[in-house]
Design a protein around this ligand. Structure first.
Ligand code: HEM
Length: 248
């Protein structure tokens, strides 16, 4: 299975490299290639289209003002399932693309164990073993993966309706569909905060594709070491000393 997926991903990455660009300037590292960025923003687009059309349909007394965006309530209702299918399709491709860096490791278990300390006494630098993605990102990724499967199954049941699946299955599907949406939405708020203001420099990785080396040794030291061969703590110490010298 691995090789067929790898071959598919390699082909897609190669194709998008020809269409997009990978500009990396001095002091930067390439983090996300055009294929990854394209999938990420298609996932985000369909997520918000499904979210806004969904809110307008299921809580009309509160979110009625969303439905004109889609041409009215009836159109929003008929387009919502297709937005959901688009979301699951692109996220499914992203799962194949990110399968390897999202696999759980021993370092991730340690990261989770240290989470309480991390939140209470935030250190500037992530633990040295933190790789391409940290354990928090991996938890969220797998939550979205499971959530997408729940969306797809319950969404199809709701789409086809009680005539085929029965009223109880449809009622249970409503509840699971909504719980999945709320859990994912809560996670996405945290994700949007961390990707922008929470960890400055991260957003760049999903627009131009690159990050500053200082970002890499701060948030993903083990990945920094893997791509540069340099020790992340030493690089940080040298940069700090250079800054102090420059200040005098
Ligand atoms: C519109 C607001 C969003 C912004 C600003 C944003 C930004 C980013 C950035 C900058 C990264 C790269 C992080 C890194 O390289 O470490 C990323 C990764 C990721 N994004 Fe988004 N994203 C948004 C919406 C979404 C949505 C709607 C989803 C899915 C429902 C999503 C799923 C992911 C996943 C799974 C990752 C990889 C793991 C992680 O960094 O958490 N993103 N995003």
């Amino acid at each position: 299975m691995g090789t067929a997926v790898d071959r598919f991903d390699d082909k897609a990455r190669g194709l998008f490299d020809r269409i997009g660009t990978n500009d990396v300037y001095q002091g930067e590292l390439l983090r996300h290639r055009p294929y990854t960025r394209f999938l990420h923003w298609m996932v985000a687009l369909f997520f918000f289209l499904a979210l806004f059309s969904g809110f307008g349909i299921y809580l009309p007394w509160l979110f009625r003002w969303f439905t004109p965006i889609f041409g009215g309530g009836a159109l929003a209702r008929s387009m919502h399932p297709w937005f959901g299918v688009g979301f699951c399709f692109f996220f499914g491709l992203q799962v194949l693309n990110w399968l390897e860096p999202m696999l759980w490791s021993k370092a991730d278990t340690e990261w989770i164990r240290g989470l309480k300390n991390h939140v209470l006494k935030p250190e500037k630098l992530e633990p040295t073993e933190t790789g391409f993605f940290n354990a928090g990102q991996k938890v969220q990724f797998w939550e979205i993966t499971i959530g997408s499967v729940v969306f797809l199954i319950t969404g199809i049941i709701l789409w086809i309706g009680a005539g085929t699946f029965g009223r109880i299955t449809v009622a249970v599907s409503y509840v699971l569909h909504d719980i999945s949406a709320l859990v994912m939405l809560f996670g996405i708020f945290i994700h949007m905060y961390l990707s922008t203001f929470g960890q400055p420099g991260t957003f760049h990785s999903m627009t131009r594709g690159s990050v500053a080396e200082s970002w890499a040794w701060t948030f993903h030291p083990s990945w920094y070491k893997q791509v540069t061969g340099r020790d992340p703590r030493q690089a940080h110490e040298e940069a700090r000393r250079q800054m102090e010298t420059g200040r005098r």
